[in-house]
Design a protein around this ligand. Sequence first.
Ligand code: LLP
Length: 416
Amino acid sequence: MPSPTGFFRQQHELVCDGVPLAAIAAAEGTPVYVYSAAVLRDRYRAIDEAFRGYPHAIHYALKANSTLAVARLLRELGSAADANSIWEIEIARRAGFQPQDIVFTGVGKSPAELECAVALGVKAINVESAGELARIEAIASRLGTVARVAVRVNPDIDAKSHPHISTGLNINKFGLPLDRATELFDTIRKRPVLKLVAVHLHVGSQITSLEPLRHSAAAASELSTALLSEGFPLEYVDVGGGLGIAYDDRQPPAIEEYIAAVVAEVRGTNLPIVVEPGRAVAGPAGALLARVTDIKPRGADTEFAIIDAGMTELIRPALYNAYHRIEPVTARAAHERLYEIVGPVCESSDVVGRDRRLPQLEVGDLVAIRDTGAYGAVMASNYNRRPLPPEVLVDNGSWRVIRRRQTVDDQLSLES
Ligand code: LLP
């Protein structure tokens, strides 16, 4: 039987791919992010295999986790990249992605970003507005090249996710409604320096029902069919990312189910499919380890458990009221108590877990905050001068630091 991967218990100890998390925390200190290479591989391959041979490209959304070692690991599996800034493009390049493996999305791309993307000749610049298209055209003319563009269409679909991470409604700043997009298609047709290679849709993140994803793929497919019949040289259909993961007991659609639905919708175009998953690949592959630094009463029957990680290391709970499982690294046979698990940052919103029932905690205990491989470390900040936490990759029974802990000197090296 193959040994289990990811985070699980061996007797009382929580391990990552067989490596005790307590050993990593003892060596590197806390807070520390730990990633399972095996889970990253499993999740990537599950998406890849779910296409069952239908032509596709997985453009991993670097915004979820772009630590170089993670980006490289995914590239080695055959992944392409979705970059959201000139800096993510640079990281992608340093991780070994070729320009033709990078799609470039983003609201408000700066002149420098557009210049870089056109000059590199990325697979597509996903265009967000008429003004942006005109700026790309000017750059391409000046450089004497043809810019490959996709138009990001906002289909007015409710992703039914948290409002902060829903992007596909017309009230959201992303993309263009269909009537406006049509004007861009007309412009592109008339400009020899612009080539329309795809339509792009992305309606939100942490989507936990199939319908918005299916609906969005259907809209992309329908539009692509119409554009093909008008003679546009489309090369693929980009349905974006957004598949949710199971942060709690609720199960989002399985990867296989999601990909099968997308393929079913897009197959009629005969075009390859581009997906841009971020969370679905990296989310379950990570845990944030923290230590309990203090315990104090909170009302009659609850206590605050103050840990050494907070909104500076993991902002998702404070920003989106997001739920992450929190569990003791060493299971203890103790009575359960009700805890408000909070960070050390001086903000009342610095709550990592509300109303959690856990076996009684003691100062010094280690806890693991689960499913933090995506939108965890990448969203960390230096508020309160807290250093960015280190990141560790567990691979094949051993582990290594893939980003060391920031120091005060690192922070001050930017200052004069
Ligand atoms: N493609 C585009 C154009 C995107 O904007 C995003 C995410 C993705 C792909 C990847 O989406 P995913 O497969 O990871 O859902 N910080 C938030 C999530 C923001 C997502 C932004 N865009 C969070 O922590 O939940």
